[in-house]
Design a protein around this ligand. Structure first.
Ligand code: FAD
Length: 318
């Protein structure tokens, strides 16, 4: 069976969930071979093996933390040369997409970004994307070279699939460009204790209907009862009620959770663009004609100040 390279996103050896989702998709297309780089790379092996990695290629070097993405591109290029995979899968983060684009350029192959599904095809892996502000779904495949595909978080379930996970050291020679731009400091964002917006399985978002920064406390309370991340429409962000980092939409973040709850959001096309691929969409809006109701699975016509606290209390009792 053809091998499929999976780029491992991890923090000091702790594998992040989008990588485990990639392993689920990789198994549909071939035999997953994971590539883990940097400090703690070796510690990822057990988790990766539990989720289907037949092999884990590791390379621990300070360059991965000290410089921007080029050392990672060098390593993936070395892995492609070593394995000749049927595809390379990378999580669709900002960094992942830069790595994928640079790698595809190096390999002279095509790149598909922000896939939401992946299946085997007669002529190579077929990726599903949601395009034109999520108005259309397309299926495409790379017709030249080794396909490099980035996949959005929450596009597949994490599945246990025990495999060998044999650890092998990857041999990497860094290019001259690898050390071109050095990272001089990192300032971790203050943690809210909530999951990362783009990776969260549940997102609760508030819009203009929330009507003030202080009222976002009720959105946060619902989010916390569900273990969810908090999102916001641009109207809420522009009003200064919630940070820009939490904006969902065309000019904000793109999310694809299992459950998206929109409160006081009308459902403008630019907002939909960032959340329309969510698996289940719930909206709470006092206007029964609001466009958001065209795309929801469940809609509640009502005042969010009545509905959201009741929902929070109900969730807490379960
Ligand atoms: P509104 O459209 O004003 O809707 C508020 C809703 O709340 C209404 O439907 C109302 O019925 C409801 N409501 C009010 N009070 C209550 C209540 N008490 N209980 C229940 N419901 C209530 N927008 C984004 O979100 N993300 C983007 O990334 C983005 N990018 C953009 C890029 C461009 C180039 C442009 C031009 C626009 C962009 N926008 C984006 C803005 C977008 O067009 C909308 O203006 C915005 O999404 C509206 O936000 P909203 O739904 O919160 O507000």
């Amino acid at each position: 069976m053809a091998e499929v390279l999976v780029y491992v996103d991890h923090v000091d050896g702790a594998v992040r969930k989008p990588t485990l989702e990639l392993l689920t998709l990789a198994r549909r297309v071939g035999e997953p071979v994971a590539v883990a780089l940097g400090g703690g790379a070796g510690d990822t092996a057990a988790t990766l093996a539990e989720h289907g990695a037949a092999k884990v290629l590791t390379h621990e070097a300070a360059e991965y933390a000290d410089y921007l993405v080029v050392p990672k591109v060098d390593a993936l290029q070395a892995a492609v040369a070593a394995v000749s995979p049927a595809a390379v899968l990378v999580p669709s983060s900002a960094e992942g997409k830069e790595i994928a684009a640079r790698l595809a350029l190096r390999l002279g192959s095509g790149v598909i970004t922000d896939a939401v599904d992946l299946e085997a095809g007669d002529e190579g892996p077929v990726a599903t994307q949601s395009v034109f502000a999520a108005a259309f779904t397309t299926k495409s495949r790379v017709s030249k070279g080794t396909p490099v595909i980035t996949v959005k978080p929450n596009s597949a379930a994490v599945e246990a699939a025990p495999a060998a996970g044999a650890v092998e050291a990857l041999s990497v020679t860094f290019s001259a460009a690898a050390t071109g731009t050095k990272v001089t400091s990192r300032t971790p964002r203050e943690s809210t204790g909530r999951p990362e917006l783009t990776e969260a399985a549940i997102v609760v978002s508030g819009g203009r209907g929330v009507n003030g920064a202080e009222n976002f406390a009720i959105i946060e309370a619902l989010a916390d009862s569900l273990g969810a991340a908090v999102g916001a429409s641009r109207a809420a962000v522009d009003a200064g009620w919630y940070p820009h980092t939490n904006q969902v939409g065309q000019t904000g973040k793109s999310v694809s959770p299992q459950l998206y709850i929109a409160s006081g959001i009308s459902g403008a096309i630019q907002h939909r663009a960032g959340m329309q691929t969510s698996k289940t969409i719930v909206a709470i809006n006092k206007d029964a004609e609001a466009p958001i109701f065209e795309l929801v699975d469940y809609g509640v016509v009502g005042d969010l100040f009545d509905v959201v606290p009741q929902l929070t209390e109900e969730v807490k009792t379960r």
